[in-house]
Design a protein. Sequence first.
Length: 90
Amino acid sequence: MQIDNVETDLQAGFTVSTRNFKKAVARNRIKRLMREAYRLQKNPLKEYLHENHKSVAVFFIYTGNEMPEYHFVFEKMNAALQKLEKLVSE
């Protein structure tokens, strides 16, 4: 049995605290927002990692206690991915 070469340069996980959001509906909504913001912005980092033969696994944890709006999550995800790219390049 042969396993195809799957590119795993960049892996990500997402979680939301049960302490701050008791209902699974709210936790799942926040995780969906984070995943979508990540999906739309991951390509520059993924290309950098692929070109430099590096790999990264990252886990995003939402620690706020209020339901965020999408534009807030998008901006923060952008900042986090830029910082991550800077750290990887060092």
